[in-house]
Design a protein around this ligand. Structure first.
Ligand code: HEC
Length: 116
């Protein structure tokens, strides 16, 4: 009986140590700068292109207003203007992007407007 109790105590202590080391890892992961991580993981193909397709190309398509935003090059070549026009909410004209969408564009441009 005493022996059994010891084993289960040891087991309990080991479980606690294991769990707390897991929790420590989770805390570390959360403490890493979430804004920089958010920026580094925004991509043209997964995030930016969709926002522009849905909110910009109806006016900035082929034969539409300058700049043409239907191709990667058209978007990349105007990246800093796109960033400032959306951050100031001057674009899109007539409605607004969400704060997250604006942040995504801003992040992608700051990270070098890559074809990622
Ligand atoms: C309803 C139509 C419309 C929509 C939607 C729209 N734009 Fe525009 N955009 C315009 C017009 C018209 C101009 C040119 C006149 C002006 O600058 O106001 C323009 C100009 C621009 C310019 C050039 C500004 C300059 O002077 O250098 C950029 C960059 C731009 N838009 C980005 C965007 C982006 C990015 C989106 C989507 C988030 C967007 N626009 C959505 C109508 C639109």
């Amino acid at each position: 009986m005493i022996f059994k109790l010891k084993i289960s105590k040891i087991f309990l202590i080991l479980t606690c140590i294991f769990l707390s080391s897991c929790l420590a890892n989770v805390e570390e992961a959360i403490e890493e700068n979430p804004i920089i991580d958010f920026c580094k993981t925004r991509s043209y193909s997964l995030h930016v292109k969709t926002i522009i397709d849905v909110n910009c190309v109806q006016c900035h398509g082929q034969g539409g207003n300058f700049p043409n935003l239907t191709t990667f090059n058209g978007i990349k070549n105007n990246a800093s203007a796109i960033k400032s026009e959306t951050e100031s909410r001057r674009m899109p004209q007539g409605f607004s992007l969400t704060t997250e969408e604006i942040q995504i564009i801003s992040c992608w441009v700051s990270e070098g407007a890559l074809n990622n």
